[in-house]
Write a protein that binds this ligand. Structure first.
Ligand code: URA
Length: 199
């Protein structure tokens, strides 16, 4: 079949990228839960569309809401530094959140808000097809390690299907608050190069 751009027929890869871009638009227009009422920008996520690693945080904060980009504040700079530390750049990975709109007053996302956003996250993971999903904090952990405690299972790796694994890590903001968790965050991060090689 003729798959030149002029032919109007998309290759699988072009189709995947178009679907990811369409999903971003869908998220930015989403009205599935109350969080859309207070947002300036939805934050679908950003980074490589062919990442080996997808980082999943909790939800946008004030700066993320203003800019429409994930992890742009202090936690983001910390995360960027940690990504650098394993020889990658922020642009090499994909960074997103469990909920795509900012919970007001930095409160925790509620179960129905997480449920409303879940299909977006699942579709992103499916389309991005990373080798490793890194959960940052307990809300993201709950998606792949339900009923667990972050203090107990951070650093653990679990097969989640399609040749993919999840690695549970503390949230960068928690790591910034607590030196012990910061050390654990750095140690857990060091597992990533080995995980990428072993798959
Ligand atoms: N915290 C998160 O969990 N996500 C962001 O995007 C920013 C801060």
């Amino acid at each position: 079949m003729d798959q030149t751009p002029e032919s109007g027929v998309l290759s699988n890869e072009e189709g995947r990228v178009q679907t990811l871009l369409g999903l971003e638009k869908e998220i930015c227009a989403c009205m599935l839960c109350r969080l859309c009422d207070g947002r300036i920008c939805a934050v679908p996520g950003e980074g490589s569309f062919s990442p080996q690693i997808v980082f999943v945080g909790e939800g946008p904060g004030a700066q993320e809401d203003r800019l429409g980009r994930p992890f742009v504040g202090r936690s983001g700079r910390f995360l960027d530094g940690m990504i650098d530390g394993i020889g990658l750049r922020r642009e090499d990975v994909f960074i997103t959140n469990v909920v795509k709109c900012r919970p007001p007053d930095n409160r925790d996302p509620r179960p129905d808000e997480i449920a409303a956003c879940r299909d977006y996250l699942d579709r992103q993971i499916e389309l991005l097809a990373p080798r490793v999903v890194v959960t940052l904090g307990r809300f993201s952990m709950e998606r792949w390690f339900p009923g667990e405690r972050i203090t107990r299972i951070h650093g653990q790796v679990k097969e989640i299907g399609s040749g993919r694994v999840a690695l549970a890590m503390y949230h960068p903001a928690a790591a910034l608050r607590n030196p012990q968790w910061r050390n654990a965050f750095a140690a857990d991060m060091q597992k990533l190069p080995g995980l990428l090689m072993s798959q």
